[in-house]
Design a binder for this molecule. Structure first.
Ligand SMILES: NC(=O)c1ccc[n+]([C@@H]2O[C@H](COP(=O)([O-])OP(=O)(O)OC[C@H]3O[C@@H](n4cnc5c(N)ncnc54)[C@H](OP(=O)(O)O)[C@@H]3O)[C@@H](O)[C@H]2O)c1
Length: 328
């Protein structure tokens, strides 16, 4: 069983999902005599880190036996906010338990060292695997330069994913939809589909069975800008969370591109290599923050067939989920 304080850090951390952009999901708990007396979490891109958030909320004195639990090694560099190690030392915390090392090379191990050098007892949690799984996207972006990628497919027992004439087919039950919205869509920063799926199915690609969930970005891979301008992802209330990836060298569709951008959709131009986008460029464009865009660390690839094939063939996947429908 997980340590209850580290579990609480992770419960707090995931409240930042969809809000922290390409940053980490982090929660922190201050424990006195085995009881939590203060909490904090990283609530959004550029906002206070969990440790600082906690210390801002907790105005009481720190006692020598108090222990700070945090699921990610405290940072020791000046990023968008000042180093967390400084605020830990300034407030006189003497014991820290961390869940995992920071994969960011500016921090990795140095945060722990800085605290130890200053006389703080720093201990690694035994729940590292759980902490790393919660931050699998953050780790992937920092170490592989791409988000964590989950492929999701719904098929009938005979393997079919659409009707014979290519028209959309209702495959999954209501219970399966609730499950996949909750466990897959709500746990991903973005949903990716190929333009063929937009043309055939005109999907909403929103979370509809999970009150209060943050809507993921919707990414359409569309090198030739074929998507209809009246598609739901372009016209609905979440259109500002739609990103269309198109071929940098297709200039023919400048008018359509401008119209899409004017409607609030984000259009990203990427070089093509034969039949696929340049993956490094694609991931750089999608994960790096720019202007009012905060980036992302995890994607759910919902199809269709050609899109799954391109991801599989190019090794662009970390896990694959198949929902099998029941014939009516
Ligand atoms: N059962 C399910 O789970 C499920 C889910 C979704 C869709 N579907 C079904 O799947 C069918 C659509 O599948 P599909 O294979 O025709 O189309 P698709 O996979 O939705 O879209 C394929 C197109 O997207 C673009 N694309 C995809 N990946 C790309 C990449 N890495 N780089 C550049 N461009 C990329 C290309 O556009 P260009 O052709 O313009 O180059 C490609 O031809 C529909 O019948 C739909 O109902 C089923």
């Amino acid at each position: 069983m997980m340590d209850k304080h580290m579990q609480r850090c992770l419960d707090l951390a995931v409240q930042g999902r969809g809000l922290v952009g390409n940053g980490a999901l982090v929660g922190a708990v201050l424990v006195r005599d085995t009881v939590s007396i203060a909490e904090g979490f990283h609530a959004g891109f550029g906002k206070l880190h969990a440790e600082r958030d906690l210390l801002n909320r907790f105005t009481g004195d720190i006692l020598p036996g108090d222990v700070l639990y945090v699921n990610l090694e405290p940072c020791c560099h000046h990023g968008k906010t000042p180093p967390c190690t400084d605020s830990i030392l300034q407030r006189g915390i003497k014991h820290v338990v961390y869940g995992m090392r920071d994969p960011d090379t500016r921090v990795s191990g140095h945060g722990i060292e800085a605290l130890r050098r200053a006389g703080v007892t720093v201990r690694a949690s035994r729940d590292t695997a759980a902490c790393e799984y919660v931050n699998r996207g953050f780790i992937s972006v920092r170490t592989n330069g791409r988000p964590w990628i989950t492929l999701k497919q719904a098929r009938m027992p005979d393997g079919s994913i659409a009707n014979m004439d290519g028209s959309p087919k209702n495959i999954t039950s209501n219970a399966q939809n609730i499950w996949s919205h909750y466990y897959l869509r709500a746990r991903s920063d973005a949903i990716i589909v190929g333009v063929g799926t937009i043309i055939t199915d005109n999907p909403k690609l929103t979370i509809r069975h999970h009150e209060g969930a943050h809507q993921p970005y919707r990414i359409v891979l569309d090198p030739h800008l074929r998507l209809p301008e009246n598609s739901r992802v372009v016209t609905d209330e979440y259109r500002e969370r739609t990103i269309i990836c198109t071929d940098k060298n297709t200039s023919a569709n400048e008018v359509k591109k401008n119209a899409l951008q004017a409607s609030g959709v984000r259009v990203v131009s990427v070089d093509m290599h034969r039949d696929t986008f340049d993956w490094a460029q694609l991931w750089q464009a999608l994960t790096a923050p720019a202007d009012d865009y905060i980036g992302m660390t995890s994607v759910l690839v919902e199809g269709g067939r050609r899109t799954w094939d391109l991801f599989r063939r190019n090794g662009m996947m970390d896990e694959e989920v198949t929902l099998v429908g029941v014939p009516s």
